[in-house]
Design a protein around this ligand. Structure first.
Ligand SMILES: *Cc1c(COP(=O)(O)O)cnc(C)c1O
Length: 488
């Protein structure tokens, strides 16, 4: 490797001393460390709601500026009141990761370095780290080593990006180039989606001009898994371009589609198989859970999140596409001052929708290097074990029912004797959630599953430990006792 250049200054240029003061960065560090250290001292939920926070922050745009340190401290003083403690070990709301310190620190550097990570000439470090992180991700997730990985903001944009590649590929097969000629006058694409797909898939299809409603919905089983026989029946008489969207990790149940069967059916029709694996694809990182994803490696593209199970800070996700060329054709940008993509170099902006972008690969690289394969395995096994333990405890109590097969990290629960009518059971379940929210020891979500309102417990924050599992079950059972007791 060549020697690094030494600084060379023109004798007539006097540059300011840049080393003087970065006290605002130190202040941010202090406030961040202080907040993270105190996160378990307050109730597990926001202290103030959105309306209150609007009042807290409402003021006219100031005419004159202020000291940056004062602004930072003011932001922290006021802002902390309306934070949801997503890094708290007892936070089980939605499916969110816990922003582990190693990833947060790398993310700070990513901003502090002031890099626009659009292409490799603009930021060699950023592009090189993304290239290495991409190889590591494919290894860990057991996906084809030559697949392309775009570092995006999350699984929603991951789905969008991968499906854009799919749209181009399936139409070019039949002689139409939508990336250049658009969709007006194009042959139709039929999209087959499981009935329990994540809502972001429909958003992505909408952005792509494929329509949220225009899809063929394929029936699912009691856990939300796409029915392969149903897909085979719907696709049987299909002609022309087709995309099948499968799922690894249903948002409520954690269930996995039968990928091998879906791949076979899709393959017969030359359909593109895309997999939304926002959190579930991480099951591949653990030998005991990998079987859940059997066959998923045969798909054409995948979307997965870094900010869920890998615990990077928000926002971080990956669009992974087997055929790099399809992805580049869908995403590439062209200008004289930009590089051309005619060699095998990694040009980050050719793989994602953004041109100017932060170096999203840095937190991923830092998390993977900090955890190693063993560390990722440990998180997956720990969270799945805790989910199992909570479910086992809860299902022993009367009037408590575990609604899903707990195969991963998701537990959904309903409350009330089975003899009660549905609205009454829904009311009891909501009352338990409300009781837990106002009590503030743990944070759980509510969701609709089939006709039922359920409590959703997502075990996915890196701070959550096995010793917490019994406590979580106790707290939930106490809330259920309070709710059911007040009925009598
Ligand atoms: C979270 C999630 C998404 C959306 O991911 P974002 O990171 O929020 O954009 C999509 N699909 C599934 C299955 C998810 O769990």
């Amino acid at each position: 490797m060549k020697k690094l250049r030494s600084p060379c200054r023109h004798p007539d240029i006097t540059l300011p001393d840049m080393s003087v003061e970065f006290s605002v960065l130190h202040a941010a560090l202090d406030r961040a460390v202080s907040y993270r250290g105190r996160v378990t001292d307050t109730p597990c939920g926001p202290v103030r709601n959105y309306r209150e926070m609007l009042e807290v922050f409402s003021e006219p745009l100031p005419e004159a500026g202020s000291e940056d340190v004062d602004v930072l401290n003011d932001l922290a003083d006021r802002g902390e009141q309306g934070l949801n403690p997503m890094t708290h070990p007892m936070f089980f709301g939605w499916v969110l990761g816990g922003s582990a310190p190693a990833g947060v620190a790398a993310d700070w550097l990513c901003s502090a370095w002031g890099q626009n990570a659009a292409f490799h000439a603009s930021s060699p470090t950023s592009a090189a780290i993304e290239s290495v992180a991409s190889t590591w991700l494919l290894d860990l997730l057991g996906l084809p080593a030559d697949a392309a990985v775009g570092f995006v903001t999350g699984a929603t944009v991951g789905n969008f990006t991968a499906l854009a590649a799919a749209r181009g590929a399936v139409l070019r097969q039949i002689g139409w180039d939508p990336d250049n000629d658009g969709l007006f006058g194009a042959p139709p694409i039929t999209v087959f989606v499981g009935d329990d797909a994540h809502t972001s898939v429909f958003s992505a299809l909408g952005y792509l001009g494929l329509g949220r409603r225009r899809v063929k919905r394929v029936e699912t089983d009691g856990q939300g898994r796409m029915d392969a026989v149903g897909l085979a029946r719907q696709i049987r008489n299909h002609r022309g371009a087709a995309i099948v969207v499968a799922q690894a990790g249903q948002i409520n149940t954690g269930a996995f589609d039968p990928f091998s069967e879906l791949q076979e059916i899709a393959g017969e029709k030359n359909a593109w198989l895309h997999v939304d694996g926002a959190f579930g694809l991480w099951a591949r990182a653990h030998p005991h859970y990998r079987h859940l994803t059997k066959g998923v490696e045969c798909a054409d593209s995948w979307a997965v999140d870094g900010h869920k199970w890998l615990q990077t800070p928000f926002d971080c996700g990956y669009a992974i596409v087997r055929d790099k060329n399809s992805l580049e054709r869908a995403m590439s940008v062209d200008a004289s001052y930009l590089p051309s993509g005619d060699n095998n170099d990694r040009i980050p902006c050719f793989l994602v929708p953004e041109l100017s972008r932060r170096a999203r690969g840095l937190p991923t690289w830092a998390m993977l290097k900090t955890l190693g394969k063993r560390g990722v395995e440990e998180i997956i096994a720990r969270h799945c074990g805790i989910a199992r333990q909570i479910a086992d405890r809860l299902q022993q109590a009367t009037g408590v029912r575990i609604v899903n097969d707990v195969v991963l990290n998701q537990v959904i629960v309903s409350f009330g004797e089975p003899g009660l009518d549905l609205p009454e059971r829904n009311r009891l379940t909501e009352a338990v959630i409300e009781t837990l929210r106002s009590e503030g020891s743990i944070f759980v979500g509510g969701a609709r599953w089939r006709e039922e309102w359920v409590m959703r417990i997502s075990v996915i924050c890196n701070a959550t430990m096995p010793a917490d599992a019994d406590l979580v079950a106790d707290v939930i059972l106490d809330a259920w006792k309070a709710v059911s007791g007040s009925q009598e």
